[in-house]
Design a protein around this ligand. Structure first.
Ligand SMILES: Nc1nc2c(ncn2[C@@H]2O[C@H](COP(=O)(O)OP(=O)(O)OP(=O)(O)O)[C@@H](O)[C@H]2O)c(=O)[nH]1
Ligand SMILES: [Mg+2]
Length: 311
C-alpha cells in the first residue's frame, strides 16, 4: 500500500488502535505477560469491536506465546503488537479481494445495498472514479427513487467522474431504473453499471424484497447479473454491522462488502469480527468523503494499522 494511503488508514484507525495500544503499554516494566495484562488486552480488543470470540482467541495466542524474559529485561511491547497484528492478519487474509478482480462481463453490473446513510451513494461515486482511472466507461443508476435528493446527489458524483446517470421518477419503481440503466449500457457498449439503491433497515421485509426484485429484474437481461452484489456498511456502528450483513446476504446473496467511515471510527475492529464470522470478501474501505478516499482492502496493512504499527 502506498505510504500516504497507509498513513490515512492508520490515522483513521487510530481511535481503535489506541485502545489496543493502551492495553499493550500496560506491560511496561513487566517481565512476563501476566493474567492482568491478558485480561486487559482482551477487554480492549472487545471494546475495539473485534468481537468476543476473536478477542478471546487472540488473547490465548498471546498467552501461549509465553513472552517470558529470562535475562531481567522487560517485555518488548513491539513483540506483542506484532503477534497481535499477525493473528488479525490470519483472520483477514482469506477475505481480501479486490473489487476489480472479477470484471469479465460487459456490461458488468455492480449492485450496492445497505442501510440508510451507510455510504452507498458516495461509494458508488468513488468506485466510478476508480473505473474511470482504468479507462472503463460507467453508467450510474439512481435506483434510489425513495429519497427526493438522491438523484441530485448521484448526478453530482456523475459530473465529477464523467459518468452518465440514469434515473426515474420520484417514488417510481427502483427495479425499472436499474433495468433501464443496464439496457442502456448494453445498447451503448458501456463497460460498467453501478446501481445505487435506497437505504433500508435490514428488518423491513418489504424493502428487502424490493432488492431481491431488482436483482431478479436485472437477471432478465443477463442471467449472471448483477455480477457483484455488495453491501456497504458503516464502520462506526460496530457490532450492529453483523445483523446488517446477515440480512442483506439472506436477501440477495452478497458477493462482497465495503466498509465505510473508517476515518475516525473507534470501532474499526468490527472488520475483523465480520471477516471471522461471515467469510465474505472485503473489497475496500472508505477513509473519507472525497473522490479518492476508497482504499482496496489489504489485510496486512489493515492489521498493522489496527494495532498502531507502521507498515
Ligand atoms: N468520513 C467519511 N464519511 C463518509 C464516508 N463514506 C460516506 N461518508 C459520508 O456519509 C454520509 C452518507 O453518505 P451517503 O453516500 O449519502 O450514504 P447512503 O448510503 O447513500 O445514504 P442513503 O442513500 O440515504 O441511504 C455522507 O455525508 C458522506 O459524505 C467515509 O468513508 N468517510
Ligand atoms: Mg444514497
Amino acid at each position: 500500500m502506498a505510504l500516504n494511503w497507509f498513513k490515512k488508514l492508520k490515522s483513521g484507525l487510530s481511535k481503535s488502535a489506541s485502545k489496543v495500544e493502551g492495553a499493550i503499554a500496560s506491560i511496561t516494566g513487566k517481565k512476563t505477560v501476566d493474567q492482568e495484562t491478558l485480561d486487559n488486552i482482551e477487554e480492549q480488543l472487545i471494546l475495539a469491536d473485534l468481537g468476543i470470540e476473536v478477542a478471546a482467541r487472540i488473547t490465548k495466542k498471546i498467552k501461549d506465546q509465553k513472552f517470558e524474559i529470562k535475562d531481567k529485561k522487560e517485555i518488548n511491547q513491539l513483540d506483542i503488537s506484532t503477534t497481535l497484528a499477525s493473528e488479525i492478519e490470519q483472520i483477514l487474509i482469506p477475505c481480501e479481494k479486490n473489487l476489480y478482480e472479477d470484471i469479465s462481463s460487459s456490461p458488468h453490473v455492480l449492485f450496492l445495498a445497505g442501510v440508510n446513510g451507510s455510504g452507498k451513494t458516495t461509494t458508488a461515486g468513488k468506485i466510478a472514479e476508480q473505473f474511470r482511472l482504468q479507462n472503463k466507461s460507467v453508467i450510474l443508476a439512481a435506483s434510489d427513487t425513495f429519497r427526493a435528493a438522491a438523484v441530485e446527489q448521484l448526478k453530482t458524483w456523475g459530473n465529477r467522474v464523467g459518468a452518465e446517470v440514469v434515473f426515474g421518477t420520484d417514488g417510481g419503481d427502483s427495479a425499472a431504473v436499474a433495468y433501464k440503466a443496464f439496457q442502456l449500457a448494453k445498447d451503448k457498449g458501456v463497460d460498467i453499471v453501478i446501481i445505487d439503491t435506497a437505504g433500508r433497515l435490514q428488518n423491513k421485509k418489504d424493502l428487502m424484497e424490493e432488492l431481491t426484485k431488482t436483482c431478479r429484474v436485472l437477471s432478465k437481461l443477463d442471467p449472471n447479473a448483477p455480477h457483484q452484489k455488495v453491501v456497504v456498511l458503516d464502520g462506526t456502528v460496530g457490532q450492529n454491522a453483523h445483523s446488517q450483513l446477515k440480512s442483506f446476504d439472506e436477501a440477495i446473496g452478497l458477493t462482497g462488502m465495503i466498509i465505510t467511515k473508517l476515518d475516525g471510527s473507534a470501532k474499526g475492529g468490527v472488520v475483523v469480527s465480520l471477516a471471522e464470522k461471515f467469510k465474505i470478501p472485503i473489497h475496500a474501505v472508505g477513509v473519507g468523503e472525497g473522490l479518492d478516499d476508497l482504499q482496496s482492502f489489504e489485510a496486512v496493512s489493515f492489521s498493522k494499522a489496527l494495532v498502531g504499527l507502521d507498515d
